[in-house]
Design a binder for this molecule. Sequence first.
Ligand code: FES
Length: 112
Amino acid sequence: MSKQLLISVAELKQKKRFTTWLGRDEVMALMTPDGVRVYSAMCPHQGGPLGEGVIKDNQITCPWHGCSYELTQGDCTDIGTCRNVSGMKLQTLKFTVENDANVYVDLPEPAP
Ligand code: FES
């Protein structure tokens, strides 16, 4: 695992959402009513850019086909215009908040 600083808690509280590339992974940190969450920014449907999705009522909607995911657990709540999909969920990334100040994400080491 590779631990990397993602964002300060103060900045995330201000922005509510922060998306960045860490190596080959696009990562999305969110400040939700239940605290910090860190997910892959790729939609589990077909890899759409969730970092560009609309956030409303603690849900994010993918701009490609309209799938919505609630932000606390990452469960799909609406399949939008998609067909024959079920059980989709945002990919949760392991993270830590140290001293209530900074959010770090743990990424797997890249394959050699
Ligand atoms: S890629 Fe996100 S809804 Fe299809």
